[in-house]
Design a protein. Structure first.
Length: 317
C-alpha cells in the first residue's frame, strides 16, 4: 500500500480550541465585499475639484496603500508558519491575506477611475523601488521570517493598525470633508475588516504571552516598545515626506501616535506619545463607529457577547 505523506487534515469547525476563532470567522465572512459593488465613478466630480497638490497626495497615498496591502496579501501567512495554534487560525489568516488583495484591487480602481484610465505604471515603479518603502518592508519581513511566534503576530498587528492608518488618514479625511461618498464606503469596508484582524491578532498575542515566563514577557514588552517606536518614527517620516498639505499631515501624525498608544496598551504598556485629540476628533468619531465589532464568544473566554445573524443586508454595500 502506498504511504500517504500529506501533512494536512480536514478542518473541523465543530472542535474549536479558541471560541473566538468561530466568532471572528463569522464576522469576517459577513464583511466580505468587492470594489465593483461600489460606484467610485460617482466621486469623479469631487476628485476634479481638488487642487493638483491634493490630487498628487491622494494618488501617492493610494499607491503606498496598494504596496503595503500587496505585501500583507502575500506574506502575512508567515506569521503563523510552524506556530499555528489551530486550523481555524490558519483559515482566519488566509482571510486576512485575501482581504488585503481585495483592498489592492479597490485602491487600483480608485486610481484608475480618478486618473482617466491613464497608465499608472510609473507610480508603481516608484513605490516598488522607493528606498524608504523597501527599508520598512524589510523591517517587517525580518520579523515575519523569524521563528518568534508572538513577535510575528505583534508585528502584523502593527502593520494592520499603525502603518495602514499613516496612509489611510488623508483618504478618510477627504471622504468626510470633501464628500467622497463612494471612496468613503470602500474605506469603511477596509477599516472594518482591519479592525477585526487587529482584534484577533491582539487576542492571539495575549494567549501566547500567558504561556510565557515572567522573564520572557518582560523581554517581549521591551522589544514591543522598541518596535512600535521604530515603526512610529518611520510612519511619521513617510507622512512628512509624502503629505504636502500641512493640516492633513498633522492629522495623520496624530492618528499614527494614537494608534501606537493603542497597540502598546493592548499588551499592557503605557502610552508614550502625546496626541492632540481635537485635531482628530471628527475622524475618530468615524473610526470608533466602524471599529465596534460586536463579536459573540459562546465560550465566555472573552468579553463582548453578541454576534449579528447574517442577513441579505450583509451583502448590500
Amino acid at each position: 500500500m502506498r504511504q500517504n505523506y500529506l501533512y494536512y487534515k480536514a478542518i473541523n469547525w465543530n472542535d474549536i480550541e479558541d471560541e473566538l476563532d468561530n466568532a471572528v470567522w463569522e464576522k469576517l465572512t459577513s464583511l466580505f465585499w468587492l470594489d465593483t459593488r461600489i460606484h467610485i465613478e460617482e466621486d469623479k466630480e469631487q476628485w476634479e475639484s481638488l487642487s493638483n497638490v491634493e490630487q498628487e497626495q491622494l494618488n501617492r497615498l493610494l499607491v503606498l496603500l496598494t504596496n503595503l496591502a500587496t505585501y500583507q496579501s502575500m506574506e502575512a501567512g508567515e506569521i503563523i508558519r510552524q506556530s499555528e495554534r489551530s486550523q481555524q487560525e490558519i483559515a482566519i489568516i488566509n482571510n486576512l491575506q485575501f482581504t488585503e488583495m481585495v483592498n489592492t484591487k479597490a485602491y487600483n480602481r480608485i486610481l484608475q477611475v480618478f486618473n482617466d484610465n491613464k497608465n499608472l505604471q510609473e507610480w508603481f515603479d516608484w513605490v516598488d523601488n522607493d528606498e524608504q518603502v523597501l527599508n520598512y518592508l524589510q523591517e517587517i519581513d525580518t520579523i515575519y521570517q523569524s521563528t518568534a511566534a508572538t513577535r510575528k503576530r505583534f508585528m502584523s498587528l502593527c502593520v494592520e493598525g499603525l502603518m495602514n492608518i499613516a496612509f489611510l488618514s488623508y483618504p478618510i479625511q477627504l471622504s468626510i470633508e470633501k464628500s467622497f461618498i463612494n471612496m468613503g464606503q470602500m474605506l469603511d469596508m477596509v477599516i472594518q475588516n482591519e479592525a477585526v484582524h487587529c482584534y484577533y491578532l491582539n487576542h492571539k498575542v495575549k494567549l501566547l504571552l500567558r504561556e510565557m515566563s515572567q522573564k520572557e514577557v518582560s523581554v517581549f514588552r521591551e522589544w514591543a516598545v522598541q518596535t512600535v517606536d521604530k515603526l512610529t518614527r518611520i510612519a511619521i517620516q513617510m507622512i512628512i515626506k509624502y503629505y504636502q498639505d500641512e493640516r492633513s499631515q498633522e492629522i495623520a501624525i496624530n492618528l499614527v501616535k494614537q494608534e501606537a498608544n493603542h497597540i502598546l496598551a493592548s499588551v499592557e504598556l503605557e502610552d508614550i506619545y502625546q496626541v492632540d485629540s481635537e485635531k482628530i476628533a471628527i475622524i475618530n468619531a468615524k473610526l470608533n463607529r466602524l471599529r465596534q465589532l460586536n463579536l459573540q464568544n459562546s465560550g465566555a473566554k472573552v468579553s463582548n457577547v453578541m454576534i449579528d445573524s447574517m442577513t441579505e443586508e450583509d451583502y448590500d454595500f
